[in-house]
Design a protein around this ligand. Structure first.
Ligand SMILES: Cc1ncc(COP(=O)(O)O)c(C=O)c1O
Length: 439
């Protein structure tokens, strides 16, 4: 593979570091991979080094890189009508709303389009508060809901700390999972904790409970059976809206269109982004059940964005959804889920640093520990020399994935084949072997 850029990888990295800011990082230590082109489950540097993309970039390029059908749809839409302001009605907007109403669960029927996941959650907050005329919102500690003010307030993990005091009215509750050293609550225990908080805060004051259906960056936390159903029941009993954040878990990642489908739960509001366009163009959405949308027939919706319902993004989303359907990518994720589970079990058998692993569909994670203990290989909320070394080894061996705290993720594009999945896991195996030799 020859270069497709005018600049070398080193020049690109140097200029990016000099004149642009990288997110969630001290700028002096960022060390980005220069990326020139990508196809399917792979990407290349300008010099032609190939990486297998085991995180779909930021858990978002679900259909895989460089799909000609989506590229053509974006380019055709750009030629016909690149932009229309949000008070206009366009064909891609019309078709996308109708298509999402078909594929989202229950009577989720009406959609407000945003630029991404954080803005989807911001607008879900507004909708929930306006509809219920209540103020408080419950969210969970092991969660991430986005980098804007309200979404940061919902976020439970340490990324919230630097923005505090944030938006008032958010109360955090514990998750069913308490980390590798303490493990999982039973469904009944987890629901009892939530019910107690609802009682203590006054259910009549609570507009919504926000949760990631399967929590993403906080550990691919798959709720124990009965938990989501129990939260749904609690919400219904008290007139509290259940808001499921499917920004990362949605669009086939777990082997269903949406993760809520695994438990047949219909949230009142569902937020989405990432896999909605597979990140070919930024787009997020807030989906709401019909009765919530109906409230806004004679109440003003107090929200807006210049790029709301952007035609390029709506066209990209429609083409992207057709790719999921035409190539049966949701089915592929479902079929490869058990294959990934076996590969993860195999890693655990071979490597004493593998303390826990989980996956649902192609949404996977490994938690690393000090051999013979349940002590995470990096302390909570930070990294360690061992985890830094693992990142370097993955990079050297040509695998890209997200390494966070003592975890690394296995979230390839849903178009990946079984043999490509095996290739990624052999690199992980080799990297863990070298890491363990040095511990
Ligand atoms: C569950 C979840 N919600 C919201 C967001 C924020 O989405 P965005 O970065 O598109 O604003 C993310 C981003 O990773 C996410 O994982």
């Amino acid at each position: 593979m020859t270069t497709t850029t005018e600049m070398s990888g080193a020049e690109i990295v140097d200029l990016c570091r000099r004149h642009t800011f990288f997110e969630w990082s001290a700028q002096g230590v960022v060390d980005p991979i220069p990326m020139a082109r990508a196809k399917g489950a792979f990407f290349w540097t300008p010099e032609g080094k190939r990486y297998i993309d085991f995180n779909s970039q930021l858990m978002c390029v679900n259909i895989g890189h460089g799909d000609d059908r989506v590229i053509r749809a974006i380019s055709d839409q750009a030629a016909a009508l690149a932009y229309a302001n949000p008070f206009m009605a366009t064909e891609p907007r019309a078709k996308l709303g109708a298509k999402l109403a078909q594929i989202t669960p229950g009577d989720i029927d009406v959609f407000f389009f945003t630029n991404g996941g954080a803005e989807a959650n911001e607008n879900a907050i507004k909708i929930a508060r306006a509809f219920t005329r209540r103020h408080k919102i419950l969210a969970r500690y092991r969660s991430y809901h986005g980098g804007t003010h309200g979404a940061m307030a919902l976020t439970g993990d340490p990324r919230r700390w630097s923005t505090e005091p944030g938006m008032p009215g958010v109360i955090h509750v514990l998750d069913p999972y308490h980390g590798i050293e303490r493990g999982w609550d039973s469904t009944d225990q987890a629901l009892a904790v939530l019910e107690e908080v609802v009682q203590l805060e006054g259910p009549q004051n609570i507009a919504a409970i926000f949760l990631e259906t399967v929590s993403g960056t906080n550990g691919v936390l798959i709720p124990p059976d009965g938990y989501l159903e129990g939260v749904r029941k609690l919400c219904t009993t008290h007139g509290i809206l259940l808001v499921c954040d499917e920004v990362m878990a949605g669009f086939g990642r777990t082997g269903e269109w949406f993760a809520v489908n695994h438990w047949n739960v219909v949230p009142d509001i569902m937020t989405m982004a990432k896999g909605l366009t597979s990140a070919y163009v930024p787009l997020g959405a807030v989906g709401m059940r019909r009765h919530i949308a109906d409230y806004f027939r004679d109440h003003v919706f107090q929200g807006g964005l210049t790029y709301n319902s952007h035609p390029l993004a709506c066209a990209a989303a429609l083409a992207n959804i057709s790719v999921y359907e035409d190539d049966d990518l949701i089915g592929n994720a479902k079929r490869l889920g058990p294959v990934m589970a076996h590969l993860l079990q195999d890693l655990a058998r071979r490597h004493p640093t593998v303390g826990a692993h989980r996956n649902l569909g192609l949404f996977g994670i490994v938690e690393l520990v000090r051999p013979g203990t349940t002590t995470p290989l990096a302390p909570f909320g930070t990294t360690s020399p061992e985890m830094r070394k693992l990142s370097q080894l993955f990079r050297e061996l040509g695998l890209y994935t997200f390494v966070r705290w003592h975890n690394f993720f296995t979230n390839p594009p849903l178009c990946i084949t079984e043999s490509e999945l095996g290739e990624g896991f052999s690199i992980i195996d080799a990297a863990l072997t070298r890491l363990e030799e040095s511990i």
